[in-house]
Design a protein around this ligand. Structure first.
Ligand code: HSE
Length: 446
């Protein structure tokens, strides 16, 4: 009988230390225990929880048979722990913990997108020096194996763009506001109760969490260093019920989208509310679900869909990483999959800069209130034309008060700095009342 057909794994167990027993920590603990037998058969050896480090117990998991410490750094130093699983979240303490674990020769698995997006370059350098693995599948899009897909499954491709709904909380809020007419704050409170939201939910609604994830995806897709500080973010709160309704009439759904696109000038890295044509699968991703669409030169378009947050969905990705560590630990580090998919990633910084938002090219939705009198449309069209912005569609509706009209303008693709200039000129017109709502648009062919 060869070793693959042996049902009982006989190699040394992999000993895991879990730091953090919140939503994802308890989910990871419970799934590791519940599915221990199948996981061991997949790893070829048992995976056991050697120690848990947590400030407090979690009633959702029974850790009575495990060594529990209140000092997470004890886990990083524990000579019996092979893999430190960092599930505490946040930047600073997580960074210290992971660097200390690496210093002690531990492999690391983390679900912490903020940590990887902001401190990843430093962490991977330290890990490379020690020859240890740092795996972070759970950091992006919850349970969807998008890191492995981009890094390994699509390794033959030159990736052209990645576009994703990568914040479950934001998508949950948009879905329930649109479908059930519920208020923003009411749905956000539910997302928090369900364990989807970040400790600071402004990270979800302002696009920071999605920008962390997009930063990681862009590095893996294009071979550029992690550059979170250059990501453009725009939050969800500006979206009004009227925009949702107008978008719907025009054949679009508003989603909070992260887009990373390779252009001849550099990489677009942006998170913002976006009108997406209803014919796109991405427009039909609802609730806490995430989806990432990838365009590669060989594969064409492909879409990856699944739960973007939640205890066991995220645990699924954490444990997949532990399995990879169990299999790869004996491989010479030079032959392991690179942390961010490419070797020699510093070269990328010079060749492919991150573009400022002013240089991004996009189609736009504009909504403005204008005085209803002769020549207004002509003046508006003139400003747009002079800035090389072409109108695709214009809809005029009665505004809330007499003598005023609400104009919805969809434009073809234009350079953002031209649109900035156009909006400034339009807002300065006597004909235009108040400020103009601008939302970027992804059509059916983008
Ligand atoms: N707060 C995050 C979300 C959790 O809602 O997507 C998963 O990263």
């Amino acid at each position: 009988m060869d070793s693959e057909s042996s049902a009982a794994p006989s190699l040394t167990p992999v000993k895991v230390g879990i730091c953090g027993l919140g939503t994802v920590g308890s989910g990871t603990f419970n799934v590791l225990i519940r599915n221990a037998e199948d996981i061991a058969r997949r790893a070829g050896r048992p995976i056991v929880v050697e120690q848990v480090g947590a400030r407090r117990d979690n009633p959702d998991c029974d850790t009575s048979s495990v060594n529990v410490t209140r000092d997470i750094f004890e886990v990083a130093r524990n000579p019996d722990v092979d893999v430190v699983v960092e599930l505490i979240g946040g930047y600073d303490i997580a960074r210290q913990l992971v660097l200390e674990a690496i210093e002690h020769g531990k492999h690391v698995v983390t679900a912490n997108k903020a940590l990887i997006a902001v401190h990843g370059n430093e962490i991977f350098d330290a890990a490379a020096k020690k020859g240890v693995i740092v795996a972070f599948e759970a950091a992006v899009a919850g349970g969807i194996p998008i890191i492995k897909t981009l890094r390994e499954g699509l390794g033959a491709n030159r990736i052209q763009w990645v576009a994703g709904i990568i914040n479950g909380t934001g998508n949950f809020i948009l879905t329930h506001m649109r479908d059930d007419g519920r208020s923003f704050d009411d749905v956000l409170a539910e997302a928090q109760a369900l364990g989807y939201a970040e400790a600071d939910p402004t990270f979800d609604v302002e696009g920071i969490d999605a920008a962390h994830k997009l930063t990681i995806l862009a590095s893996i897709a294009f071979g550029v260093p992690l550059q979170f500080d250059l990501a453009y973010t725009e939050g969800l709160r500006k979206i009004t019920a009227e925009d949702v309704e107008q978008a719907d009439r025009l054949g679009y759904i508003i989603k909070h989208l992260g887009i990373a696109r390779r252009t001849d000038e550099g990489v677009e890295l942006r998170v913002h509310p976006t009108l997406i044509a209803k014919s796109r699968l991405l427009a039909n991703v609802h609730g806490v679900a995430n989806a990432v669409e990838v365009m590669g030169d060989a594969i064409g378009r492909s879409l990856y869909y699944g739960p973007g947050a939640g205890d066991e969905a995220t645990a699924s990705a954490v444990i997949a990483d532990i399995l990879d560590v169990a299999r790869d630990t004996a491989t010479d580090p030079r032959y392991r999959t690179p942390y961010l998919a490419f070797r020699g990633i510093d070269q990328g910084r010079r060749e492919l800069p991150i573009l400022p938002i002013s240089k991004v090219v996009s189609a736009y939705y504009l909504r403005l209130n204008a005085v209803d009198r002769p020549g207004v449309l002509a003046r508006i069209a003139r400003i747009l034309a002079d800035l090389d912005i072409s109108i695709e569609k214009l809809v005029q509706r009665e505004a809330g008060h007499e003598g005023s009209a609400s104009l919805i303008i969809l434009t073809h693709r234009a350079v953002e700095e031209n649109m900035d200039a156009a909006i400034a000129q339009l807002e300065a017109l006597d004909d235009v009342e108040g400020s103009i709502m601008r939302i970027r648009v992804e059509g059916s062919d983008d």
